[in-house]
Design a protein around this ligand. Structure first.
Ligand SMILES: NC(=O)N[C@@H](CC(=O)O)C(=O)O
Ligand SMILES: [Zn+2]
Ligand SMILES: [Zn+2]
Length: 342
């Protein structure tokens, strides 16, 4: 039985760090263990200028105060970004995140139309400049079908811009896993929670608000397709936690905010999941190497040593007035982080 496992230079390619006291609370919970993360721009207001992006990066670096952690910033997609603006900002960002308007938390100013012709000027500039496009891929259809209905939109963008790197963010369906192999320029992230849960876990019994997120968790066959792809470290699939903290009172209320908070448990739970499925040998590819290759990131040596020992997940994480509940709050995971080494 394996009792020690090492993850080198873990990367979280889809992360919400928020701002203010929440950033100060959750930032270190990622930066202690991960070597880098792709930071989502859906602040209020969203990150749409170079000044806003650079000052957010500085606040992140202050909150994280950890040398061996690189926050990779993104911009919030807008149709009116000029080529010159994008050329000027290109070396400062890892990608641009596109949200259909109103589809998820803080996406009200996202794009109103997913028509390729409407998006063309900005996507053409991004393609020329080699800026990856990250997409929250959901229509505003029936909630269980939103991702599936978005597949033709991914296809039309992938076909129209063969040189543009497109990342389907937080995929939740078998259809999305299958689409990965159809276009060279399509990649994806998948979360921890979508590898673990289905809609039943969230809403099949008593409602579990802390498992409520967008896209909503789907059917067992979807979860199985995602899990199979992750366990074999499909080369176009990366770990992106989509850890999305909301204050406890905004989750445990009428009108629960969407988002699952997983940063502090992600590496332990992934190790447990990969071990239970005899796939530990692929975990470093899933949580580091694939992203490094897809995004051309420099290697950093930061080793997280995990041991097979109970880890009781805290019921809440608190800082000043902020309180946030992690996935598996109060439950026991069977891998613990023992040390972090160079
Ligand atoms: N995943 C979520 O349910 N919520 C995210 C936004 C997002 O990634 O769609 C958030 O910012 O809270
Ligand atoms: Zn999203
Ligand atoms: Zn997200």
């Amino acid at each position: 039985m394996q009792t020690i496992f090492e993850i080198d230079s873990a990367l979280d390619m889809h992360l919400h760090l928020r701002d203010g006291d929440m950033l100060k609370l959750v930032g270190p919970l990622t930066s202690e263990t991960f070597s880098g993360a792709l930071i989502m721009p859906n602040l209020v207001p969203p990150v749409t200028t170079k000044e806003a992006m650079l000052s957010y990066k500085q606040r992140i670096q202050e909150a994280c105060s950890e040398d061996k952690f690189t926050p990779h910033l993104t911009l919030f997609f807008q149709n009116n970004y000029s080529y010159e603006f994008l050329e000027d900002i290109k070396d400062e960002i890892i990608g641009i995140k596109l949200y259909p308007a109103g589809i998820t938390t803080n996406s009200e100013t996202g794009v109103a139309s997913m028509d390729v012709e409407v998006l063309r000027p900005t996507l053409e500039s991004m393609s020329k400049l080699g800026i990856p496009l990250c997409i929250h891929g959901e229509t505003n259809g029936f909630v269980m079908d939103r991702e599936k209905e978005f597949m033709p939109i991914y296809e039309s963008i992938a076909q129209a811009f063969p040189d543009l790197k497109i990342i389907m963010e937080h995929i939740t369906t078998k259809d999305a896993v299958e689409l990965l192999d159809k276009y060279d320029n399509l990649y994806a992230t998948v979360t921890l929670h979508h590898l673990l849960i289905t809609l039943d876990d969230m809403a099949g019994g008593m409602l579990k608000p802390h498992l409520f997120c967008k896209p909503i968790a789907k059917r067992p066959e979807d979860r199985d397709a995602l899990l199979n792809a992750a366990l074999k470290a499909h080369p176009k699939l990366m770990f992106g936690s989509d850890s999305a903290p909301h204050p406890k009172h905004k989750k445990e209320c009428c009108g629960c905010a969407a988002g699952v908070f997983t940063s502090p448990i992600a590496l332990q739970a992934l190790t447990q999941l990969f071990e239970e499925n005899d796939s530990l040998e692929n975990l470093n590819a899933f949580v580091s190497l694939n992203a490094r290759r897809i995004y051309n990131l420099n290697p950093v040596s930061k080793k997280v040593k995990l041991v097979k020992k109970d880890f009781i997940v805290p019921t809440t994480y608190n800082f000043k007035g902020e309180s946030v509940v992690p996935m598996y709050a109060g439950e026991v995971l069977n891998w613990t982080i023992q040390a972090i080494e160079d």
